[in-house]
Design a protein around this ligand. Structure first.
Ligand code: IPE
Ligand code: IPE
Ligand code: MG
Ligand code: MG
Ligand code: MG
Length: 328
């Protein structure tokens, strides 16, 4: 990912130098230099909240409520798993998180749109999200749909205009995100979900869940490594695939066992709607065993990653633990 000589080590993203360390480039020294400026998960959460707060939705006169609705959905206190994942992957490859912030925010906007749509009466018909009334309950279906569209447009603009880097890289990032969210990814998976597609077995269920949830998580990891190093990595992809599946198994478990107070959404909705999930297909115990296995798979991929990258992998490990043990 960079050039190294006995006199200096240059860590570069796609756009040239990020940090030049004047020393004999031992791996230990490099790790220490990166460690000094590396951010924890909670630092990253703070950074992304602040960046999301600055995202603007310019609205023509008379349409101010549209921008207000988009901001209500976006700034409603999600866990920010996806943008933090972009940042943590870039940091593991030695790139400061501020270099990837615009793409990280763009993905959170797209995710927020997916929640608005998922909650609509024609879809899962949820009344609560992130501990507050869903957007359509507060603003009406019409404004909720338009606010979701605004989030999608702004997300694409953030990558194309605000993300630093060569045009070719920005196109590649956008392609990655669009592929993950289109009919071959999230939207296709949501179609299978709402039309009550009946998976034939566990692999088929996980295929569907990978589409609706895992594909965007995979895109986060790929955007992080593309921004750092202009390439994707097999071990990072494997980590993302396990994390994506883990994320949805745990979501299914929480729908069965979670408490509304923590969850921020009303539990029991999958069973009531006759959805096929890990829990409704195989029972709670098997779902928990599967979550444990997937968590172990995440950690195994991270071991492999840790032996090859210059930056810290700790935040990615904490992320896998958080996704496994979360209560909301
Ligand atoms: C919920 O996503 C929807 C799924 C993909 C299962 P999150 O659990 O990440 O929701 P927020 O963003 O933290 O509210
Ligand atoms: C939603 O899955 C997946 C997407 C939003 C793409 P769920 O329907 O299980 O998510 P929750 O439980 O409502 O958050
Ligand atoms: Mg749903
Ligand atoms: Mg839902
Ligand atoms: Mg769910």
């Amino acid at each position: 990912m960079g050039e190294s000589t006995a006199a200096n080590v240059t860590l570069n993203g796609n756009n040239g130098a990020v940090a030049t360390v004047r020393s004999i480039p031992t791996a230990d020294r490099l790790q220490r230099e990166l460690g000094a400026s590396s951010l924890s998960l909670s630092d990253m959460l703070e950074e992304v909240e602040s960046a999301l707060g600055k995202v603007e939705f310019p609205a023509p006169s008379g349409a101010e409520r549209l921008a207000e609705a988009a901001r209500y959905a976006l700034l409603g206190g999600g866990k920010r798993v996806r943008p933090i994942l972009v940042m943590a992957c870039a940091q593991a490859l030695g790139v400061p998180v501020d270099r990837v912030m615009q793409t990280a925010c763009a993905i959170e906007l797209i995710h927020t749109n997916s929640l608005i749509v998922d909650d609509l009466p024609a879809m899962d018909n949820h009344a609560k999200r992130r501990g507050r009334p869903t957007l359509h309950r507060l603003y009406g279906d019409d404004i909720a749909i338009l606010a979701g569209c605004a989030l999608l447009s702004e997300a694409q603009r953030l990558i194309l205009e605000d993300q630093p880097g060569a045009a070719e890289l920005r196109n590649r990032l956008l392609r990655e995100v669009l592929e993950a969210t289109g009919t071959a990814g999230m939207v296709g998976g949501q179609f299978l979900d709402v039309t009550k597609y009946r998976p034939s077995d566990r692999d088929d269920l996980e295929r569907m869940q990978m589409l609706k949830t895992g594909s965007l998580i995979l895109a986060c990891v790929r955007c992080g490594t593309l921004l750092a190093d202009n390439r994707t990595y097999r071990a990072f992809d494997r980590f993302a695939e396990s994390l994506g599946s883990l994320f949805q198994v745990v979501d299914d478990i929480l729908d069965e066992t979670g408490k509304a107070r923590w969850l921020g959404k009303i539990p029991g909705s999958d069973r009531r709607a006759g959805k096929l999930t890990h829990v409704t297909m195989f029972g709670l115990r098997t779902a928990r065993e599967r979550a444990k296995e997937l968590h172990e798979d995440c950690l195994a991929s991270l071991e492999e990653i840790a032996s090859t990258v210059p930056g810290p992998v700790g935040p990615l490990r904490e992320m896998a633990d958080m996704v496994y043990r979360r209560e909301k």
